[in-house]
Design a protein around this ligand. Structure first.
Ligand SMILES: Nc1ncnc2c1ncn2[C@@H]1O[C@H](COP(=O)(O)OP(=O)(O)OP(=O)(O)O)[C@@H](O)[C@H]1O
Length: 175
């Protein structure tokens, strides 16, 4: 990603940031204070940033926090896109829930910029691929059919909403 953000880019970045801030102010999306997260552990990484698992308020509740490498036009637009897409499919049991947003302020005294992290439901079972590697032999045909059916339902739900995912990441929530 380029550091040379032109005026148009900066303007758009502010527009996306305003969108996020207004959604938080009006409580359209829930805001989580970053200080209440602890026991933060990296669990994966994607094209835009890393994903962490974090404990909420020292309870039994864990969330997944999706971070972004830097806050520029492309990433702020991606945050807004992701929030909008998640809202459209928020009703489906087999799609990870979008919970809200948190802000991480730079600790650097000169650079006081903020960055957003998306707060999501945490899938404690890890990736389906790994789960199958370890458990394939012990799964019954009924279990396998259920997994395939849930997967097909989730993809069908995305398609019904006009969303083509292109690089599906399948994670599991253990019963
Ligand atoms: N809610 C979650 N619970 C548990 N693990 C998750 C969760 N979200 C993501 N992960 C893990 O983090 C990794 C990266 O997630 P991310 O969503 O950034 O991937 P991606 O979809 O490949 O990225 P992108 O499409 O944005 O480039 C996943 O492969 C998965 O292992």
């Amino acid at each position: 990603m380029s550091d040379n953000i032109n005026f148009q880019d900066t303007e758009n970045t502010n527009e996306w940031i305003n969108w996020i801030e207004e959604a938080i102010d009006k409580k359209h999306i829930r805001y989580y204070e970053y200080v209440h997260f602890s026991d933060i552990k990296e669990i994966g990484s994607g094209g835009f940033g890393k994903v962490f698992r974090a404990n909420w308020r020292k309870t039994e509740k864990y969330f997944a926090l999706k971070s972004f490498f830097s806050l520029n036009n492309i990433t702020t637009k991606e945050i807004v896109n992701e929030i909008q897409r998640q809202r459209e499919i928020d009703f489906h049991d087999n799609v990870i829930r979008f919970c809200g947003i948190t802000k991480l302020y730079s600790e650097n005294e000169i650079d006081q910029s903020k960055n957003y992290l998306i707060v999501m439901e945490y899938a404690d079972g890890g990736k389906l691929r790994n789960y199958l590697k370890e458990n394939f032999e012990s799964l019954t045909w009924n279990n396998k059919c259920k997994l395939a059916y849930q997967l097909a339902c989730a993809v069908s739900c995305l398609h019904d909403e006009g969303i083509v995912h292109r690089d599906l990441v399948i994670v599991l929530i253990l019963p």
